[in-house]
Design a protein around this ligand. Structure first.
Ligand code: NDP
Length: 327
């Protein structure tokens, strides 16, 4: 039998956490033959709710779940973890300035970086979900210098999956037949969902849709603003789709992407495609043996180039804002 993998979920008493922990315990993240031990962290005001989630995990009697650590102690939460999914973060409340939210999150991610660096298992893989996801991941990277930069990523898979979903609905095809969309840049409204290399059963999406106006307009804004549309409809932000995307992200990273398919991940930029180096930027990646590689050599047209630059500029600005919160 396989040794259990320890998976940390921070903000585990929140709504994404509530959707995510049963998926992990059922093997959706790491495979149906992979036992797991869940480490759940939340802040003291959420301790009672967190204990409720722990009770439900016991009651669900998941065969793969070999243990649960539910705690408000960051060190206890981080100790020995092989995978860390960082969902906890300070939400943007009405009337708060962007700088105030940034400053709260920078301090959270700075302290969690140290705990992970000192206590996580070697080669721990980190996925940041909490917003501003790219910049939180960057802060985590900066304050955990002994964790390799390639082990720290942020979630843009939800945006990627949303783009697949929109194309599938538009063409009335199975979502599993749509491949190789790309989310470039920041997990924010400046992200660029790009279908120029996307296919359905090996046919280019652009040729099938035959409507560049829609692809260059409404398609992009629908994906960019989908989060707000869900909040309007549900009166709560998206949770099951975010949790499912987090599982997809880790599963493909650990177990590999299928031949001929890439996915989108926020990763530490080396300046590929003229993206700013030294920020966490979403690129098309393939994964093999637990490591991601940026897909190289894709043609970028003028329309796309501008969008890649815009979202890159926003990330550079967020990085500066984050650093100004530190000083
Ligand atoms: P959610 O579980 O709905 O969201 C958690 C985080 O994920 C938020 O930062 C949210 O950003 C972000 N997020 C990223 N992508 C998405 C998406 N597509 N849809 C929705 N959210 C997304 O929030 P809850 O408030 O229910 O839970 C947060 C938990 O974190 C709570 O249990 C709380 O106690 C904990 N927490 C921990 C802190 C810490 O560790 N110090 C500090 C504050 C809270 P956005 O805010 O932009 O929606």
């Amino acid at each position: 039998a396989k040794e259990p993998v320890r998976v940390l979920v921070t903000g585990a008493a929140g709504q994404i956490g509530y959707a995510l922990v049963p998926m992990i315990a059922r093997g959706i993240m790491l495979g149906a033959d992979q036992p797991v031990i869940l480490h759940m962290l939340d802040i003291p005001p959420a301790a009672e709710a967190l204990n409720g989630v722990r009770m439900e995990l016991v009651d669900a009697a998941f065969p793969l779940l070999k243990g649960v650590v539910a705690t408000t102690d960051v060190v206890e939460a981080c100790t020995g973890v092989n995978v860390a999914v960082m969902v906890g973060g300070f939400p943007r409340k009405e009337g708060m300035e962007r700088k105030d939210v940034m400053s709260k999150n920078v301090s959270i991610y700075k302290s969690q970086a140290s705990a992970l660096e000192q206590h996580a298992a070697p080669n721990c893989k980190v996925l940041v979900v909490a917003n501003p996801a790219n910049t939180n991941a960057l802060i985590l990277k900066e304050f955990a210098p002994s964790i390799p930069a390639k082990n720290i990523t942020c979630l843009t898979r939800l945006d990627h999956n949303r783009a697949l979903g929109q194309i599938s609905e538009r063409l009335n095809v199975q979502v599993s037949d749509v491949k190789n969309v790309i989310i470039w840049g920041n997990h924010s409204s400046t992200q660029y969902p790009d279908v120029n290399h996307a296919t359905v059963r090996d046919k280019p999406v652009r040729e099938l849709v035959k409507d560049d106006e829609w692809l260059n307009g409404e398609f992009i804004t629908t994906v960019q603003q989908r989060g707000a549309a869900i909040i309007k409809a549900r009166k709560l932000s998206s949770a099951l789709s975010a949790a499912s995307a987090a599982c997809d992200h880790i599963r493909d990273w650990v177990l590999g992407t299928p031949e001929g398919t890439w996915v989108s991940m926020g990763v530490y930029s080396d300046g590929s495609y003229n993206a700013p180096a030294g920020v966490i930027y979403s690129f098309p990646v393939t994964c093999k043996n637990g490591e991601w590689t940026i897909v190289q050599g894709l043609a970028i047209d003028e329309f796309s180039r501008k969008k890649l630059e815009l979202t890159g500029a926003e990330l550079t600005e967020e990085k500066e804002l984050a650093y100004s919160c530190l000083s």
